[in-house]
Design a protein around this ligand. Sequence first.
Ligand code: 5AD
Ligand code: FES
Length: 354
Amino acid sequence: MRADELIRKLSRNHQLNKEEWICLFENRSEQSDRLLWKLADEVRRAHFGNKVYKRGLIEFTNYCKNDCYYCGIRRSNVAASRYRLSEEDILSCCKEGYRLGFRTFVLQGGEDGAYQEADIVRLVSAIRKNYPDCAITLSIGEWDRSSYQKFFDAGANRYLLRHETANKAHYEKLHPESMSFENRMRCLADLKEIGYQVGCGFMVGSPYQTSETLAEDFMFIQEFRPAMVGIGPFVPHHDTPFKDETKGTVSLTLFCIGLLRLTLPYGLIPATTALGTISPTGREQGIQCGANVVMPNLSPGTVREKYELYDNKICTGEEAAECASCLEQRMESIGYEIVVDRGDSPLIQMEAKT
Ligand code: 5AD
Ligand code: FES
């Protein structure tokens, strides 16, 4: 089947089979890309109008016990200057964020061994108590199911854990032996069962990615049906084993964003910082191709450049207010409006009504 026929089929059925996905990645053309982005924009508009949700990102620790080959804050990177925000620092980020109209806080960090389950529970409880009307998103990696349950019970609503790739052999090329594909998938399944709004995701153009592994990512997503999917281009970091690998492209990232929108019409899909890093208008283009979320940085200016997952990451010099207003202007310039709203998954709300 031709790429444009496959895109129309995806738009109707919200799924394809593996051969069809592969065929789509191998046969895309300028013309089929234009069709995809037009359909994706229509679907996004039908469900969300010109609204874009914002999430306040708080990068609270860059210590990490893992050693992912792509990531700048991997354990083996002795050049990384490590930091950990105190609970007080984190709460003051939330305070400033709330003032700026954020109603979702995303606590993201490396897998920092210094944080025990009880520390996360305390942190989540404190934010929950101070901000009863806000959503709390955790993005702190792999834990046991019982810990995920405790974080949820303390008031966390959402969890971001990118699957990174749905192909086991590919996963093993991106991670050392100490990490397991099975455990990653176990975490995602547990999170969903507990009742979190779950976000998975992958890097576009990661080393060893092929049309087949991408097809498997989409097969996984259409089956798992996450509330959110975060994707951005792979960008090499100079102090990692992948320093000489090629970065992902804007075009393939936008293609994947469009496909995600057709696969998950109600999905929460961010136009990521990594996309804004490889192109000055990357995030604007991401929104125009089907994304509906932006995640400005609320971390204190003093630590921003230390959360360096990849080279030349943008928004490291700015304070929270600057980052928020910069994105607001960027969205306005393309006719979109960032709203003051938790921006829960419409699917969760629909399920609640039935
Ligand atoms: N380039 C792009 N994205 C990266 N991430 C980590 N390192 C890089 C990189 N070099 C992404 C991973 C991770 C998320 C927090 O950031 O997908 O899950
Ligand atoms: Fe962070 Fe523009 S969004 S500075």
